[in-house]
Design a protein around this ligand. Structure first.
Ligand SMILES: NC(=O)NC(NC(N)=O)C(=O)[O-]
Ligand SMILES: [Zn+2]
Ligand SMILES: [Zn+2]
Length: 471
């Protein structure tokens, strides 16, 4: 392996464990030149092979694929940046992430701005990184511009149906989305949509005082009711019918990001799936871990959009995930600088909305999922297989022959306290909503294309992740 890229200096070796998660239930994986070349059952290692890393009873799984992360680079690297964000990802067992087109500056909405992003990522990423492009009013009706962006390698497009909080990333309406989908159809790539529509009736709530104490979480919660998500999804479904087989946008796919409302919004998505629309939906660990009732007043670390709702909604989200109505998980890691989180002031209406979480999504999903009896196979489906499919990553997402050797090794039973002493690799750890929690599931090692990029608190010396461009 290239010098400094890996903490394990061999390019041909085996990983063994009693718990390797594959459909075949095998016990060791042979890695050569960054790929998985064989998977074997009941191998007797004694004396035969030198380079065997035997992880005993630790779990060996495909690395996590995070299809929704904001690393804010270039332009707002003080919020996160590629080096710290991908180090945190590696420490959390994420081997690939697809970076969002906003919060970086300028937003990634053209070939020129994509080029800036690729340049910023090169030689500064510890895991593989791909990119979504932005669908905004400025390019939505310009098929040539969208095709150029897709030709340049974005894996799909992302748009907002409400203000994004970023000036150079304006919101789109159904007509922009319809137009975008017709271009995406040719490329067979997805459109990801932040699905909230600010409704006229309730918009008066989002005034200066939000109708109540701005330090109280319930004040913020009332400003973004479930009806916003429902309205957006209802609107989206007027265009997703184009994606049905035989429809004008067949080949395109619509993916609803970070669903919070597990009631009417989810029912609409289920109905659309039944009638054959090409649509999927993700939720995020913070909606599965927290509930509105337990968010302390003034604790803006928990502010995100759509908001974390009540405990009954959380229960319904878990049920939907277990039933298969929610397809996958993503971090929606969207950090900022502590000053913009207004941690001292505690004003929920003015603080930056976004949860910092990328390093802990695996233990969080696992810990909070215990109550529901989640399995390792489900984790792999939600965090690797389905995200790989959404992002068109056919050589990732499963431990299988020919795939990239992207692997996480972890101990589900090992608990740890996430306090200030715990090594955290994000740039601004103080804004993490998970500080103070006790979690179960310790990541021991992360391999990206065969390179051991993270091992028990240490990262490889060099940042050798690849930028992945769609072709
Ligand atoms: N500009 C953002 O990063 N916004 C993000 N903010 C959240 N989720 O609170 C998002 O994904 O919508
Ligand atoms: Zn969003
Ligand atoms: Zn986001």
């Amino acid at each position: 392996s290239q010098s400094g890229c890996s903490l394990f200096p061999h390019s041909h070796y085996w990983i063994a464990s009693k718990r390797i998660v594959t459909p075949q239930g095998i016990i060791s994986v042979e890695i050569k030149g960054g790929s998985i070349v064989s998977i074997v059952k009941n191998k007797d290692w004694s004396g035969k092979f030198k380079q065997v890393v035997d992880y005993g009873n630790a779990v060996v799984m495909p690395g996590l694929i995070d299809v929704h992360a904001h690393l804010d680079d270039p332009g707002r690297a003080e919020w996160e940046g590629f080096p710290s964000g991908t180090k945190a990802a590696a420490a959390g067992g994420i081997t690939t992430l697809i970076d969002m087109p906003l919060n970086n500056f300028p937003s990634t909405v053209s070939t020129e701005t994509l080029k800036l992003k690729i340049e910023a990522a090169e030689k500064s990423i510890y895991v593989d990184v791909g990119f979504w492009g932005g669908l905004v009013p400025e390019n939505a009706f310009n098929a040539t511009a969208l095709e150029a962006l897709l030709d340049a390698g974005v894996h799909g497009l992302k748009s907002f149906m409400c203000p994004s909080g970023i000036d150079d990333f304006p919101m789109t309406d159904a007509s922009h989305i319809k137009s975008g989908l017709s271009v995406l159809a040719k490329y067979k790539r997805p459109l990801l949509v932040h699905s909230e529509i600010q409704s006229v009736v309730e918009s008066h709530l989002e005034t200066e005082d939000g109708g109540g104490d701005p330090r109280s979480y319930s004040t913020y919660l009332k400003t973004r009711p479930p009806s916003w998500e429902e309205a957006a999804i209802r609107e989206l479904l007027t265009v997703t019918k184009d994606t049905r087989s035989g429809g004008p946008a067949e080949g395109a796919h619509l993916h609803v990001v970070h669903l919070s409302d597990a009631s009417s919004s989810l029912d609409l998505i289920k109905e659309a799936k039944r009638r054959g629309d090409s649509i999927t939906v993700e939720t995020c660990p913070h909606y599965l871990a927290f509930s509105a009732e337990e968010i302390p007043d003034g604790d803006t670390r928990f502010k995100c959009a759509p908001p974390i709702r009540d405990a009954a909604n959380k229960e319904k989200l878990w049920n939907a995930l277990m039933e298969g109505d929610i397809d996958m998980l993503s971090s929606d890691h969207s950090p900022t600088v502590p000053e913009l989180k207004l941690l001292n002031d505690g004003n929920f209406l003015k603080a930056w909305g976004g949860i910092s979480s990328i390093q802990f999504v695996l233990p969080v999903t696992w810990s909070y999922g215990q109550k529901y009896g989640i399995t390792l196979e489900q984790l792999v489906s939600w965090w690797s297989e389905r995200p790989a499919k959404l992002a068109g990553q056919h050589s990732k997402g499963a431990i299988a022959i020919g795939n990239h050797a992207d692997v996480v090794v972890w101990e589900p039973e090992v608990e740890f306290d996430l306090n200030e002493d715990h090594p955290m690799f994000v740039k601004n750890p103080s804004i993490s909503a998970y500080i103070g929690k006790r979690l179960s599931g310790k990541v021991l090692a992360t391999f990206v294309r065969g390179n051991l990029v993270y091992k028990e608190g240490n990262h490889a010396f060099a940042a050798c992740g690849s930028t992945i461009l769609a072709t």
